[in-house]
Write a protein that binds this ligand. Structure first.
Ligand code: ATP
Length: 389
């Protein structure tokens, strides 16, 4: 007999503590939506296109196969999903919950807490304890529920790496105490910020940045469904610049689409959707929206830094481009490093570039003067070049 075979026999009405904040997300897919068309149209695309079922989740095939197996074999351990933002951790657990409980029962069976909003011990002690200690009648219907797995409540703790240590300790005890009728899914960006005691109680899944082709599939679908006018090379740039973060890709696409759409007249009749003339989104629109330095600007900076020993002219090239295109030094450093690592140079040169640029980036993010750090970038790259000779 598996430890999931216990059936619960007391029905408790949904607690008012339940914050199933992704109710709109559950209805997100057009076909599943009960929302009026206008309400759906005003949804951010990240919510409108949030995966409804596990098969809608892009990428992460190994993780999806494993958690599908957990459900098929009627076993659900405590889970830890960790990895960078926008890779589908929350979407995956919500889709898994929908698979286990069905849409109807999710409200009753799932408690979703954002641990970084309410990071004190009180959240762990009160919200979770109240929810975890109530029992739930055995829900009939899905194959999972017949097998007993849907009798377990699910507590999703998003951004758990922002919980205090004391809260994490308290959570550890609560996890043990309510294992009979509750499963936890802890979501975090950084697993190392979680206590080892919590880590050892969960089966861990690392959500890596999504591959470009996985992002492209959803981006292409949204472009088609929303009638976005965009150049093919702009799609390439969008997918590349989102760096594995699907949320970023969809948000940038929606922002560019909105800026390419003329405003509706304030007075008088609205222009019907089919008569709206939109500008085509270009690579430049995408770079402007992401605030990333355009490749041409970076190429120019790089070639000047590599070829000119005159520091004043290097500085003037960077400062002119910064002023003309409104570039931030931090973004220039990122783009410059990405180009420098592609060059074939002696290891000592590469080490100098990377080490010194990392220091400059750190100083910029700590609020050091842009002007002086711009000079430091010139120094960093030129030092490496001098080593080449
Ligand atoms: N793998 C994916 N497949 C499909 N859509 C995705 C995927 N990952 C992210 N998205 C999209 O990005 C949005 C944000 O995803 P989600 O909230 O699941 O990310 P997350 O990894 O939990 O991020 P965070 O760490 O910031 O909480 C979703 O609403 C969805 O539209």
């Amino acid at each position: 007999m598996s430890d999931f075979d216990d059936e619960m026999d007391i029905d408790v009405p949904p607690s008012k503590d339940i914050t199933f904040s992704s109710d709109t997300a559950a209805k997100g897919k057009r076909s599943a939506a009960n929302l009026p068309v206008e309400a759906e149209d005003s949804l951010p695309w990240v919510e409108k296109y949030r995966p409804v079922s596990l098969s809608d989740v892009s990428g992460h095939q190994d993780i999806l196969a494993t958690i599908n197996k957990f459900v098929d074999s009627n076993r659900l351990p405590h889970l830890l999903f960790y990895g960078p933002p926008g890779t589908g951790k929350t979407s995956t657990i919500l889709a898994l919950a929908r698979r286990i409980y069905g849409h109807q029962n999710m409200r009753q069976m799932v408690l979703e807490l954002n641990a970084s909003d309410d990071r004190g011990i009180e959240v762990v002690r009160e919200h979770i304890k109240t929810f975890a200690s109530t029992k739930q009648i055995f829900t009939a219907g899905s194959s999972a529920s017949r097998a007993g797995i849907a009798g377990f409540k699910l507590i999703i703790l998003d951004e758990a790496d922002a919980m205090t240590n004391t809260a994490q300790m308290a959570l550890r005890r609560i996890m043990e105490k309510y294992t009979a009728n509750t499963r936890f899914c802890i979501i975090a960006n950084y697993a190392h910020k979680l206590s080892p005691a919590l880590l050892s109680r969960c089966t861990r899944f690392r959500f890596s940045p999504l591959h470009e082709q996985d992002i492209r599939v959803l981006v292409d679908k949204v472009i088609e469904e929303e009638g976005v006018k965009i150049m093919p090379d702009a799609v390439d740039s969008l997918v590349r610049l989102s760096k594995g973060d699907m949320r970023r890709a969809l948000n940038v696409l929606q922002a560019c689409h909105a800026s390419s759409t003329p405003l509706q007249p304030r007075d008088g009749p609205k222009i019907p959707e089919q008569d709206i003339v939109r500008e085509t989104i270009t690579t430049e629109t995408i770079y402007n929206c992401v605030a990333a330095p355009p490749p041409d600007a970076i190429k120019k900076i790089l070639s000047t830094l590599l070829s000119t020993s005159d520091v004043t002219s290097c500085l003037s090239t960077i400062n002119t481009l910064k002023a003309a295109q409104g570039l931030a030094l931090a973004d220039i450093i990122t783009a410059l490093s990405e180009e420098l690592v592609k060059l074939e140079v002696k290891p000592q040169v590469m080490i100098t570039w990377l080490e010194t640029l990392a220091d400059v980036e750190h100083r910029v993010s700590s609020g050091a003067s842009e002007a002086i750090q711009t000079a430091a970038v010139v120094g960093a790259v030129r030092n490496g070049v001098e080593l080449m000779g």
